[in-house]
Write a protein that binds this ligand. Sequence first.
Ligand SMILES: [Zn+2]
Length: 239
Amino acid sequence: MNKKIKLAEWNSIMYQDEKNIESVFLPVGSFEQHGPHGPYGTDSYIAEYITRLLSEKTGIPHLPCVNFGCSDIHKEYRGTISINKNSYISFLSDIFASLLDGNYKNIFVVNGHGGNIQCLNSLADRFKNKLKIIIINWWIIGREFEDFKYEERHHAGAEEMSVLMSLSEKVVYKENLVDTPVSDYNPYQVSKISQLTTTGSIGTTTTASAIRGSDYLFKLLEKIIGKYNLGVHNANISC
Ligand SMILES: [Zn+2]
C-alpha cells in the first residue's frame, strides 16, 4: 500500500508540507453479527477496503476507520457493540470539527453500515455551511448494476460476502453460508433482527464468491469516482 495516502502514518512535517490538501476519506463501519458466516468486522473491513482502493486510485488520503456504529437491532447477538445515535453523532461531530480546524473542505465518508445512514445524513446537514460531507453508501450506489439479485442484497447476504471475499476469502466462514427467505421490509421499522430472520443474515448468501465481488467492485469504484468527481480532488501529494 502507498504509505502517503494513509494519514495515520503521516508525521507533523508531512501535515505541514501538505497543508493545502482539502479532501480526505473517512471510512465508517460497525461491529455487529453477520450470521454464522460473516465476521463482526464485516462492515468496517469493507468500508476500509473500498476506501483504500479509492485512495490509491485518486490520491486522496484517508483517515482510519471508525469501527463501531449504530447497531441496536443486532444487540440480541452476543458480542455486538452498538453506539447510541446521540453518542455516535456527538463523536463524529468532534471528528468533523477537527477536520474543519485543519482547513479540510471535503470529507468523503465511505459508509459500510445501513444503521449509520440517518446519523451521517444529519451530520452532513449540520455542517453543510462549513464543510462538505459526502456520504458514500457503497451498496446503494451498486444497486444500479445487475451483478446481484434482490435476494442477495441484504444484511450479510451474497453481495456483502462477495465483496468481503474479494478482500480476503479467509475471513468468511464459507462452510456456514446459509439462505433464508426475504420479504419486503422497512429497515427503520425493525427493532430486532430476529423479526426478519432466524439466522442473523437475510436472503441468499450461498452464491457469494470472491470473483463476483471483485468484478462488482471494479465497476463500483469507477462509478463512485465518476459520481463524486473524485478525480479532480486529487491532492498531488508530494511527500
Ligand atoms: Zn454488514
